[in-house]
Design a protein around this ligand. Sequence first.
Ligand code: NAD
Length: 346
Amino acid sequence: MKILVTGGAGFIGSAVVRLAVARGHEVVNLDALTYAGCLENLASVADDPFYTFEQADIRDRAALDRILAAHQPDAVMHLAAESHVDRSIDGPGDFIETNITGTYNMLEAARSYWVAQGKPEGFRFHHISTDEVYGSLGAEGMFTEDTPYDPRSPYSASKASSDHLVRAWHETYGLPVVLTNCSNNYGAFHFPEKLVPVVILNALAGKPIPVYGQGLNVRDWLYVEDHADALLLVLEKGALGRSYNIGGENEARNIDLVKTICSILDQKRPEETPYADQITFVQDRAGHDLRYAIDPSRIRDELGWRPSVTVEEGLERTVQWYLDNEDWWRALQNRDGVGQRLGTKG
Ligand code: NAD
């Protein structure tokens, strides 16, 4: 297949690109290279004849039309987005423009390309979204694909809007779409402002390890390489117009996740005192959702997919990757806002 991947220079997009190329697909990566984009994530495929990069912004409709016409992909995987909740609290405008208007542009560009091609049956527009659209759970229950949308942050509201647009383009224009809503990802190449890398890098630097509130928020942790595998499966086998929740079957409270990372570091890079001594509780995020949990029945029962690693195995690999790739994360630590507390201007 020839796949146009948007946001392929980001954390999850780059995992998708690397896996798709490894599996023999041809990939065109369309990315604007915002503060979160990093072509180093794609160094392993940069010279592969099956990989092409197009620097473009999904807010630029003419660029999308040009790229689709030039490369003639069989499918689109749409991951480009503003993705950091804390940044959405400080500055929601970029989230509205990229996540909502950008997705609208992608849908319209894909629709006119699909029509011009004679509406090929096999064409797919795969929209990648988040479990945050479902809002927050109490101690019990899980998100299914039928859980009503109840987004509570500018980020999740913008992603919810984009999901609705994608469904509307399927119902109204017949665009062949599939959707996925995944839980929190972690793994290699995770931008150093997100929780898991912040914990690893602050621990190594001897700095306080910030934990929001009391660290009681629960997330379902999904290893990024497992996620990329699930995304390619949904692209190839998912039913038209259907959405699939993707989770890691690994629910953990933030404080427990942080302590697990600290104990992995204690083993791999021992210091005189345990890294957990650096844990510092800080002011909570505004509107911080208490718990997300994914009911993975649909993707498991219909497509036979399950995650391949436990959170302990995945974190062990992730910590090792950060220990082995200091040049990568040091370069990104100098980017705008990284290392500062964001999301307090609400
Ligand atoms: P990321 O922030 O690491 O990467 C986003 C990429 O999109 C970057 O390469 C950036 O340059 C690009 N981009 C941003 N705005 C653009 C624009 N206007 N035009 C073109 N490119 C643009 O994000 P990620 O964590 O890899 O997330 C990818 C997708 O998965 C997003 O849609 C996100 O909402 C979704 N998602 C992520 C998670 C997670 O845990 N990271 C969980 C659920 C869903």
